[in-house]
Structures are given as C-alpha cells and as structure tokens.
Design a protein around this ligand. Structure first.
Ligand SMILES: [Zn+2]
Length: 184
C-alpha cells in the first residue's frame, strides 16, 4: 500500500502507539490501514458416492481441479458464501451440511473454511470461472491435477473418513512450501 484510501496522501509503515505490529499509517489524516487475513469459503458437494469438482478457467492454477470455493463477501454468512460460490462456479444448488475443515495458510494470509454439502440436483454446468464441472467417485478424482494443497488435504481426509464410516472435523495449517521440496 502506497497511498491512503481515505484521503490519497502517502502512507508510512510504522507501529502506531499502543500497537505491536507495523501498519500503513496516513501521513496526512493519520488513518491506520489494517490488513487482516482473508476467508475463503467453499464446500464438497456430494451426490451419492460422488463429489462435484470444478476445473478452473482462471489463474492461479488454470486448468486444474478444485472444490467450489472463493472469497467470502461482506454481509453473508460462511455457509451462504459456500452456497453462492457453488452456484457461481458450477451453477449447482447445494444444501450445506456440517463444517468439515479449516486450513490456516499463514504465508499467504488466508483461511480456508470448507463444508460438506448435499447437491439438490445434478442439473449443473460450468460457470464463467470454470472450464468443466463433473462428478467424481474416489477412484476417478484427478489426484495429480488438484489445484491447491488445502483441497488435496481435505479430499485425502474426506475419503479416509468415509472409509472409516465417520466424518470428523479437520483443523490444519499449510506451511510455505520449501524451495525444491515437496510440501506436506
Ligand atoms: Zn489519509
């Protein structure tokens, strides 16, 4: 951030009185511009033994598969956000069930919140940000073409839970991938 969104004057990165972290502070109007993590909400849409995945028509990770998810908007609940994203990305209608996973991704200042959801029908088709929307059984899931580690981890847990007969809530943290190393 270079300029104040309040008055347009330059900002300086400094620790405001009583605070503990550097913030962008306006040199003219003294507005403090806090930056906080962003919440990504989505769901695993289920239909019998299959789940709905979307192939991304946008960067990052163009052409790879993910569950319907996106940035939460002001004025909506997390579950409403998951329903909206599923409608936008796959024109699919879902009823949200339980919260399934939360992933902290501190190095990119994001938190993922994913629900299990029931598809109300299978009359879906790709939205503007989606190349293809499809139902997959576990064996059909394109494991090597999953867009995000958070989604890959969630689906790993999902199928392990399903085999175990019980869906448990998962809380995890995804660390910055090491250069040249494989992220875990
Ligand atoms: Zn200002």
């Amino acid at each position: 951030m270079k300029f104040c969104s309040n008055c347009g004057a330059p900002v300086t990165l400094k620790i405001p009185p009583g605070d503990s972290l550097p913030r962008h502070v306006c040199d003219a109007c003294n507005a403090i511009h806090y930056q906080n993590p962003r919440l990504i909400v989505g769901c695993i849409p289920e239909w019998e033994d299959r789940i709905l995945l979307c192939r991304r028509a946008i960067e990052p990770r163009y052409g790879l598969w993910t569950v319907p998810a996106g940035f939460m908007e002001n004025g909506e609940t997390t579950a409403q956000g998951a329903v909206r994203e599923t409608l936008e990305e796959a024109n699919a209608r879902v009823e949200v069930a339980s919260l399934y996973a939360i992933y902290n991704i501190p190095h990119i200042n994001q938190v993922y919140m994913l629900f299990r959801a029931r598809l109300l029908d299978i009359d879906f088709h790709p939205g503007a940000e989606t190349l293809e929307a499809r139902l997959f059984t576990e064996r059909e899931v394109p494991w090597e073409e999953i867009a995000f580690l958070s989604v890959r981890n969630t689906l790993d847990h999902y199928y392990a839970d399903r085999r175990g007969g019980e869906f448990k809530f998962h809380l995890g943290t995804i660390e910055r991938p090491r250069p040249g190393g494989r992220a875990s």
